[in-house]
Design a protein around this ligand. Structure first.
Ligand SMILES: [Mg+2]
Length: 384
């Protein structure tokens, strides 16, 4: 009963799948450099997958893999090289294709691919799903099997201070937080980690923010096992959620932190797919689920969301440095009723001077969902 409702979604027909798929690389400048514990980003090299069908429909997918390997090891360049190699082999001669087949066909050609290239595979799967939905005149939200929300809650991600003399990192984040709250965002995500003055920052933020503003610290696995008490103390200071505090697969440390009851815990790098995310919840390694469609694919995300309420867990949709191609898809996913926390679907102008698609606009922290009258999943690049 929890399956994704795929009954109204026939496969797309193509003259030759391999010949109908095109990869695009674009370079897009970020409005401000983003400093994460795994690197500093001034622009992003975007990888898009485009699929043309016999009925002249186009489907789009955007790869979430970053330019450097620090996140999970998969880079945008490696994802592009992998797709260039695997598509002609794995999809040769096919005349029909559905999103549900993509993973199986690729794994049959390269058994290691699902573990090495999850984001490349998710990108192709998304392009196929988008084409199937557009071809059938169906909106992604109709697959939920439950009514979607008309507006989705967006969280803001705060930039860390650039390493420039005279810039106080705590003041820089506090200024970013005040600007985001004045725009109506009710969840603020900041990068935390050893050396990033998390205690001072959380204390300062809590002194000025309303108590109903959710503070989320993303540590990208940078804390050590003996930092459990420190992270619990951040919870007591008012950090509501910590994302991926410890190294992926450091199960014991995550369980210890959950057991303190001082802070909510979500995993990111530590879950490889949607099944892992649910297992982590059952094993008390986390209290909430970050769903990353860039890694899991959209169909798996819906499967998990259809089960999350049974576990009493909160969920939100995690983004990468998404352009509107992926961001609009994430907005549709964030309209699932089981998404209870604000998602990484903030306005385009927080990230890009010129987005690739019609820009995402947030009003008082809410983003209007395209909805059932608008077929498809992904945002469409302007001029495509
Ligand atoms: Mg993260």
């Amino acid at each position: 009963m929890f399956g994704v409702n795929l009954s109204a979604l026939p496969p797309v027909e193509v003259a030759d799948v391999a010949g109908s798929i095109r990869l695009h690389r674009r370079e897009l400048d970020l409005v401000a450099p983003v400093v994460a514990s795994h690197g500093r980003h001034e622009s992003r090299r975007i990888l898009l997958v485009e699929l043309h069908t016999n009925d002249h429909v186009t489907g789009w997918g955007e790869c979430g893999a970053p330019d450097d390997a620090g996140y999970t090891g998969e880079t945008a360049d490696a994802a592009a090289a992998f797709l260039e190699r695997i598509v002609p082999t794995a999809l040769a001669g096919r005349r029909t294709l559905s999103a549900g087949m993509v993973r199986t066909l690729i794994a049959a050609a390269d058994a290691d691919a699902p573990s090495r290239h999850p984001m490349a595979i998710a990108t192709l799967e998304t392009a196929v799903l988008d084409a199937q939905l557009r071809s059938a005149g169906t909106a992604f939200e109709s697959l939920f099997g439950t009514p979607a929300k008309r507006a989705a809650l967006a969280g803001a991600t705060l930039a860390n201070a650039p390493a420039v003399e005279g810039t106080d990192p705590v003041e820089f984040i506090v200024a970013g937080a005040l600007a985001a709250v004045s725009q109506g965002y009710s969840r603020l995500k900041l990068k935390i980690g050893p050396g990033l003055r998390a205690t001072d920052t959380i204390r300062e933020l809590r002194a000025i923010l309303d108590s109903d503003v959710i503070l989320l610290g993303d540590a990208n696995g940078s804390y050590a096992t003996d930092d459990v008490a420190h992270l619990a103390s951040l919870g007591e200071l008012g950090l509501d959620i910590v994302e991926q505090p410890f190294a992926p697969h450091d199960t014991a440390a995550h369980q210890q932190l959950v057991a303190t009851g001082s802070i909510r815990v979500a995993l990111d790098e530590g879950v490889r797919n949607a099944t892992d995310a649910l297992d982590a919840l059952v094993n008390h390694e986390c209290t909430d689920i970050t769903l990353k469609p860039a890694r899991f694919g959209y169909l798996d995300c819906v499967e998990v969301l259809n089960k999350v309420a049974e576990h009493g867990a909160g969920a939100w949709i995690g983004g990468m440095f998404d352009t509107g191609v992926a961001r609009w898809a994430n907005i549709r996913l964030a309209s699932h009723p089981a998404v209870t926390l604000p998602s990484d679907i903030g306005a385009s102008d927080r990230y890009w001077a010129h987005d690739l698609t019609e820009p995402v606009i947030a009003d008082a922290g809410l983003v209007k969902v395209p909805g059932n009258r608008h077929a498809g999943l992904s945002g469409i690049p302007v001029g495509a």
